[in-house]
Ligand binder design. Structure first.
Ligand code: NAI
Length: 461
């Protein structure tokens, strides 16, 4: 007998597992098809989580190596046990993926182990360990994305790496060339630079972090250059080939860089292979993203898509919001997502975080706005912490005072952006933030001061 579910989710990444859990919470019978041997998708297994574990470990190593003399702490010789660092990362990943398994059990969600293929609206064929045909009231495609390839470069995950290989190296490469100055290139480039590699980031554009407020990219580049990451901007990579023990990277224009390893991080593309999209007639755009309406409905009735497989920023938390909202829609609720209030964080040191409109976008749209900027060096807590680099920048509508964008670079930017996202979600004015009492001494006081600065009333500067 063919099993029947109200919702069958294909893919157990942040979008898919949240969709399944929310659906189950709302009383729907849910299953999730996942072929990987652990739940959590790219984010938990080979993305957000292992990279943050390594960023944390490598930052501690770098801090210990730089010395804590300033704090009056004397250390002996500091050395690296890379195998132990990797083992810790694997343990963190293992714990969290098991955590999702526990949540599935708690919510009585069936994990159908295998690859899902849609054969018709309402029908999914699972091949693999849990091979079977299932019927679904609704099918949710949450299959995520994969690293975009670059013609002329073949990933071998030993010397020519994608983010997956760069998270599991067994020794520190002497020289690492990173292709792409975006999220992955800067985060993983930072990890290996801190562990001792000589890192060069090659970026096709004339600035790093292409989609963020450019003042953030410029500042981050300056600070990373100080920690000895080298940048080649306006340099497009044409190809790379393994040569002897290393790799030769060819740039447009003839220049060649030689390295021990190369990381290719030029963006990601939707992963929809083998899903049967063409057979059932699900439309995609020119970039291969599944076309959906505001309710995540594809062009075929009863089939929905969320996360990296559709348009929008390829961020785990964006996918989670969509998974939750879609499940609620399937349960006849009417949720909505404010896409202008989705934060983005780059976990370098310092961190970079952003929500809302950038200054470049406001200029291009001809919007009248006020800018308020406050440097962390002028806050007491940043001085106590010894993390004085960076600033908070608030852009507010000149007429209504509504906050349009908040852009932060600084030690705890990724944590501080939560307040900014809340302000955006509530449609706050700069005055609202300025009138909110912020605890002293804390880094978020810079947020209040930046809001005051948009109003010409900054106190501590
Ligand atoms: P990205 O889109 O952030 O950056 C790719 C960079 O590569 C761009 O700056 C682009 O101009 C450059 N590029 C493209 N072709 C090139 C060439 N031939 N030569 C030199 N440079 C070239 O993509 P990335 O870093 O691969 O990350 C993929 C996605 O994964 C991101 O869009 C992000 O959504 C997600 N991600 C998010 C993280 C976070 O939230 N902290 C961390 C890691 C990834």
């Amino acid at each position: 007998m063919t099993e029947r579910y109200d919702v069958v989710v294909i893919g157990a990444g942040p979008g898919g597992y949240v969709a399944a859990i929310r659906a189950a919470q709302l009383g729907l019978k849910a299953a999730c098809v996942e072929s990987r041997s652990s739940l959590g998708g790219t984010c938990l297994n080979i993305g957000c989580i292992p990279s943050k574990a390594l960023l944390q470990s490598s930052e501690r190593f770098a801090e210990a190596r730089r010395g804590l003399d300033e704090h009056g702490i004397k250390l002996g010789e500091v050395s690296l046990d890379l195998a132990a660092m990797m083992a810790r990362k694997n343990k963190v990943v293992d714990g969290l993926t098991k955590g999702v398994e526990y949540l599935f059990r708690k919510h009585k969600i069936d994990w159908l182990k295998g690859k899902g293929r849609i054969t018709a609206p309402g029908r999914v064929v699972v091949s693999g360990e849990a091979a079977r045909d299932v019927e679904a009231g609704a099918i949710v495609i949450a299959t995520g994305s994969e690293a975009a390839p670059l013609p002329g470069i073949e990933i071998d995950e030993k010397r020519i790496l994608s983010s997956t290989g760069a998270l599991s190296l067994d020794r520190v490469p002497g020289r690492l060339v990173v292709i792409g100055g975006g999220y992955i290139g800067l985060e993983l480039g930072s990890v290996w630079q801190r562990l001792g590699a000589k890192v060069t980031v090659v970026e096709a554009l004339d600035h790093i972090l292409p989609n963020m407020d450019q003042e953030l990219g410029r500042t981050l580049q300056r600070l990373l250059a100080r920690s000895r990451i080298e940048f080649k901007l306006g340099a497009k990579v044409a190809g790379a080939r393994a040569e002897g023990e290393g790799v030769a990277v060819a740039l447009d224009g003839g220049e060649e860089l030689v390295a021990d390893a190369v990381l290719l991080a030029i963006g990601r593309r939707p992963y929809t292979e083998g899903l049967g999209l063409d057979e059932v007639g699900i439309a995609r755009d020119a970039q291969g993203r599944i076309t959906v309406d505001r309710g995540f409905a594809t062009t075929v009735a009863g089939i929905y898509a969320i996360g990296d497989a559709i348009a929008g920023p390829m961020l785990a938390h964006k996918a989670m919001e969509e998974g939750s909202a879609l499940a609620e829609r399937l349960a006849r609720q009417q949720p909505s997502i404010d896409y202008d209030a989705i934060p983005a964080v780059v976990y370098t040191a310092p961190e970079v975080a952003s929500v809302g409109t950038t200054e470049e976008e406001l200029k291009a749209a001809g919007v009248e706005y006020r800018t308020g900027k406050f440097p962390f060096t002028a806050t007491a807590r940043a001085r106590c912490n010894g993390d004085t680099e960076g600033f908070v920048k608030i852009l507010a509508d000149a007429a209504s005072d509504r906050v349009l964008g908040i852009h932060i670079i600084g030690a705890e930017a990724g944590t501080m952006i939560a307040e900014a996202a809340l302000a955006k979600e509530f449609g706050a004015s700069a005055e609202d933030i300025a009138r909110t009492c912020h605890a002293h001494p804390t880094l978020p006081e810079a947020m209040k001061e930046a809001a005051l600065a948009t109003l010409g009333r900054v106190i501590h500067m």
